[in-house]
Design a binder for this molecule. Structure first.
Ligand code: MOS
Length: 710
């Protein structure tokens, strides 16, 4: 058995001196890599309690109306069917702040795909047959699913996602824009986008002696437990939510979703454990989507490229169920100096599924529009687009005047340009030919805010010299266990393999969800604090540890409630090289390179994977991903992976990610910013700008499919 150095030799600093290989910044392999690669890591649908029944949901087939008749007789007559839940017989739920979870409570159908029944059977196959055998009659009302920039129902919401004000004005935009020697006025559209994580939303629920236990595919089991407690009028101590391994979410699992509520209802109704994995084709209607946006960007500048007027106005949709407003114009409040600016959002409530978070909500679509418009300005003024951005790099946050905690956008642009081989670049469009292919390069900036959420963590020193961290963090594929072990080991001054990390259960201390690129920073801060407290306790005591060891529990409620005097954001620059086939209109990315400044990178292996994943998702947003709403039937037209095209390996020849060593003392004890979302930001604009450089065509509607080019 190995022993720690005596506690008094340890220091509660993050970077302990001494012979230990420093665990922070080490490219450690994920602790669960082998389990995941071999299939022994189990996901929510892979738990099968004895006596488990299977459920299959029934989606509404009209876009707006009421259920007038529900005939479940045929379904119940099928051998092996246990129950069919409807609004007439399902358990009554209390209401919560999330109306999308008020499932099977009333006859109203607010959008196509809304769940109206749930079949429960002995097998998955029978459950599916039973769902098909449910006969529904509706009274329909006329529906409207078409977002237009002049929709009569558009209104200015009070707040947009992220709790930002919908409208901000500084100076006199109209006068400054009218007086500007150079102006760009362009409108960009982003279609509805679907999260489509590899693992669909799934839950397995069982009640035992009044205690509800669910395995749920979620980015944050703490909130799932809170919402289940509210819905079923239980104490949180009567519920356990386990999200041990999660196969991606991209925001769609950031809040509780229908599968967990329906599985718990069905388990209560039938007295059996119930498993429910939402079919892929049903996901777009019930787990959120990135709402489409129509964004008008106007920039006025001097001949020197210095921006004097900037307006970013976004129009989007929400559902009639609840208001969610994609905050696409918010990044324009942070990016560039302009004494006169207007950033505004309007929204219309349509008969559509409720939109929600999708990787970099706000920033991803907003920076597509803004960074495309900046490129148009660069072309107009014949100023290099890297240089133009550097000329407009503000000293303080334009919107608030607050100093940046750190802002290395200009360094990212310069260093990225160097690595990419940006210069020498002929700025003229459509002059590089390689046979039938037109070649071009483009650049765009990226940004993402630093968020942080209150978290509690427990650090335990065992008598045998081992350590254990307990915190309800979630690993959605990011390597959370590994990086938390690194943070704990650094704080404790012990080798990383001496630290066990327990995450993924609501029975652990409550934590921030894995979202807003804030997981590692939020959990890590609490872990660091608990480890520091544990070390102090170890130092204060004499003699060997008691058999049960010693535990310290700390939370970051106070620290995270404080508003920082600094504007805190990660920044980056994305460079793309594309080829456009002049015969077919096909656009392919030849190279994609992201250069980031995101504080200290805690594990380069897992961080690189996050950046590259984001860049790849941005490539999909640029070229292949896009849904639409069918005006006649009101449903999404691209619901499965055959119709909604995410990039495949052949679409991604070279994607590189680099970062600066950024020191920022105004963040958290690790000095880290979030990295989960910034990779997607700016990528679509960089590719679109490269397409213009290649072809001379300014395409302003995503995705850039061949038909748009021809
Ligand atoms: Mo992310 S869209 O905050 O899960």
């Amino acid at each position: 058995m190995s022993h720690d150095p005596p506690p008094e030799q340890q220091t509660p600093r993050l970077m302990p001196p001494g012979p230990l290989a420093h665990p922070l910044g080490a490219p450690l392999v994920r602790r669960d890599a082998r389990d995941k690669a071999t299939g022994s890591a189990r996901y929510a649908a892979e738990h099968t309690p004895p006596g488990c029944a299977y459920a299959w949901p029934v989606p509404a087939t009209v876009a707006r109306g009421r259920i007038t008749e529900l005939d479940i007789g045929g379904a119940l007559a099928l051998p092996g069917v246990i129950a069919v839940l409807t609004h007439e017989n399902a358990p009554r739920l209390a209401s919560t702040d999330d109306p999308t979870l008020a499932l099977l409570q009333e006859d109203r159908v607010p959008h196509r795909g809304w769940y109206i029944a749930l079949a429960v059977a002995e097998t998955l196959e029978v459950a599916r047959d039973a769902a098909d055998a449910v006969h529904v009659t509706y009274a329909t009302d006329g529906h409207d699913v078409q977002l237009t920039a002049d929709h009569p129902g558009l209104y200015v919401p009070e707040r947009v996602n992220g709790d930002f004000p919908a409208v901000r004005e500084r100076g006199d935009f109209d006068a400054a824009f009218a007086a500007a020697p150079a102006t760009v006025d362009a409108t960009y559209t982003v279609p509805p986008l679907h999260n489509h994580p590899m693992e669909p939303h799934a839950a397995t629920a069982r009640w035992s002696n009044g205690h509800l236990t669910v395995h749920d595919s979620s980015q944050g089991a703490t909130k799932v437990r809170e919402d289940l407690a509210a819905l079923f009028k239980l104490g949180t101590d009567e519920i356990t939510v386990i999200s041990e391994h999660v196969g991606g979410g991209f925001g769609s699992k950031g809040t509780p979703r229908p599968q967990v509520v329906l599985a718990a209802m069905a388990a209560r109704h039938t007295g059996r454990p119930v498993k429910l994995a939402l079919p892929r084709r049903q996901l777009p209607a019930v787990v959120g989507h990135r709402a489409p946006t129509v964004q008008r960007v106007r920039i006025g500048a001097g001949r020197d490229g210095v921006i004097t007027a900037l307006a970013h106005e976004s129009v989007t949709h929400t559902s009639t169920v609840t208001e969610f407003v994609e905050q696409a114009a918010v990044p324009a409040r942070v990016m560039y100096t302009s004494p006169n600016s207007r950033t505004a959002h309007r929204v219309v409530a349509l008969d559509v599924p409720t939109p929600s978070w999708m990787r970099a909500p706000g920033e991803a679509p907003g920076m597509y529009a803004l960074e495309s418009a900046v490129d148009e300005l660069a072309a107009l003024l014949d100023i290099d687009p890297v240089e133009l951005r550097i000329r407009n790099d503000p000293a303080t946050e334009p919107d608030s005047g607050r100093p940046f905690s750190s802002r290395h956008l200009a360094d990212c642009l310069r260093e990225g340009a160097e690595r990419f081989g940006w210069q020498p670049r002929d700025p003229r469009p459509a002059v590089r030919r390689h046979g039938d292919l037109l070649l071009g390069t483009g650049v765009a900036a990226a940004t993402y805010p630093v968020y942080i959420g209150a978290t509690q963590a427990e650090a335990h020193a065992a008598a045998d010299g081992g350590y254990r961290i307990r915190v309800n963090a979630t690993d959605i594929g990011t390597g959370a266990r590994t990086v938390l072990a690194q943070i704990a080991a650094a704080a404790l001054g012990v080798p990383e393999d001496r630290v066990r990390v327990d995450i993924g259960s609501s029975d652990l201390p409550p934590a921030m969800l894995a979202g807003g690129s804030a997981g590692t920073a939020s959990w890590g801060w609490a872990v660091h604090k608990a480890c520091t407290a544990l070390l102090a306790r170890l130092r204060d005591r004499e003699g060997p540890l008691p058999a049960e060891g010693i535990t310290a529990t700390e939370d970051t409620r106070l620290e995270t409630a404080e508003r920082s005097p600094y504007s805190r954001h990660a920044f980056g620059a994305v460079f793309a090289e594309v080829q456009a086939d002049s015969r077919t209109g096909e656009i392919r990315v030849r190279r994609l390179l992201g250069q980031y400044a995101a504080g200290r990178i805690l594990n380069p292996r897992t961080a690189r994977s996050q950046f590259i994943g984001g860049l790849t998702m941005g490539l999909g947003m640029a070229l292949t991903e896009g849904s639409s709403l069918d005006p006649a039937f009101g449903d999404f037209t691209a619901c499965d992976l055959a119709s909604y095209h995410v990039p495949a390996h052949a679409d991604v020849p070279s994607v590189e990610a680099y970062w600066l060593d950024e020191e920022d003392p105004h963040l958290n004890p690790m000095g880290s910013k979030g990295i989960g979302e910034i990779g997607i930001v700016g990528t679509a604009a960089a590719i679109g700008n490269a397409v213009w450089h290649a072809t001379g065509a300014r395409l302003r509607d995503l995705p850039l499919t061949p038909d748009r080019l021809l």
